[in-house]
Design a protein around this ligand. Structure first.
Ligand code: SF4
Length: 299
């Protein structure tokens, strides 16, 4: 499959609040192996990442068709710093081209490898933001739930390095999986550490189940499997995903929001609804952090 820039498609999600943007996926599939990942339900051999076919001419021509100053995000259904990137440096090539073309860049990842590319990111400081996913600081839970991803402590270090270098960083507490990483005290600690590391915003989201991911989580956490399945059986179906019931989702999002506001950070939900919980002037994905050096919600 060829590597090209495309308009972002929220797959008809009625709850998506992303501003209009473009996306690039340097890889098909992802080696981080997150049990809750939804992309594995529609991409074959998802957990075996492979690079897309890259033609510089085709890619740059595609960039030229994107309206000037657009936000281009890497990546929405894989991780741009999935393990093979350490050697292949395909994402590095892509971000270099995106930034040289004058567009804005939003990187969404759960890998500390992103700091390898700080030399490029800082050259275009005002046109870049990074969204780092950290779902728990508990290494034991993370190693089961995200077995191929760098440990949460490494990701926090990356948040610190990026923000010290003047790159705005959002931390995604996404997803909150009921009975697995939903302890309110742990959520508070995570948000405080993200704030100390320099994050500007927290985005929260609850786990949206697909049958394959629910099966993986149930197998990996047998002690909560039956309750977890009941929670989603009693929930609702929205845009092809199983959601917990609205009351429970609201409770979880209020916990994350309270922690974020207490730490002086902006807050947004992702594909949840509840617009009343989100800080004004910020977006779920972090694209509105691009170009900002001050964050009113932190004042
Ligand atoms: S890092 Fe993202 S794309 Fe990769 S497995 Fe985890 S959730 Fe899926």
């Amino acid at each position: 499959m060829s590597l090209i820039v495309k308009p972002f498609d929220p797959w008809r999600s009625p709850l998506c609040t992303c501003p209009s943007k473009y996306v690039v996926h340097p890889y098909t599939g992802c080696g981080h192996g997150c049990l809750y990942c939804y992309a594995s339900s529609y991409i074959k051999n998802f957990y075996s990442p492979r690079p897309k076919k890259f033609s510089e001419i085709v890619f740059v021509r595609g960039l030229g068709r994107v309206p000037p100053g657009s936000v281009i995000e890497l990546s929405t259904s894989s991780d741009p710093y999935t393990p093979p990137e350490g050697e292949l440096k395909l994402t590095r090539e892509v971000i270099t081209k995106v930034l040289a073309s004058g567009h804005k860049l939003l990187i969404t990842t759960k890998s500390s490898l992103v700091v390898r590319d700080l030399d490029i990111l800082t050259r275009y400081r005002g046109r870049v933001a990074v969204a780092m996913t950290i779902t728990t600081l508990n290494q034991e839970i993370a190693s089961v739930m995200e077995p191929g991803a760098p440990p949460p402590a490494e990701r926090l270090k990356a948040v610190r390095k990026l923000s010290q270098a003047g790159i705005p960083v959002l931390v995604r507490l996404d997803p909150v999986v009921p009975l697995v990483n939903d302890d309110a005290g742990d959520i508070y600690k995570l948000v405080i550490e993200a704030s100390k590391a320099g994050a500007a915003q927290i985005t929260g989201s609850t786990y949206k189940a697909r049958l394959d991911s629910l099966h993986r989580l149930s197998k990996a956490f047998p002690q909560v499997a039956s309750e977890l399945r009941d929670i989603y059986r009693e929930g609702e179906r929205i845009g092809g995903y199983l959601y917990m019931d609205k009351k429970k989702r609201l409770e979880y999002m209020k916990i994350v929001r309270e922690a974020a506001i207490a730490a002086g950070l902006a807050f947004h939900t992702c594909r949840e609804g509840f617009p009343e919980l989100s800080s004004k002037g910020f977006s779920c994905d972090g694209s509105l952090l691009i170009g900002r050096s001050t964050f009113p919600a932190k004042a």
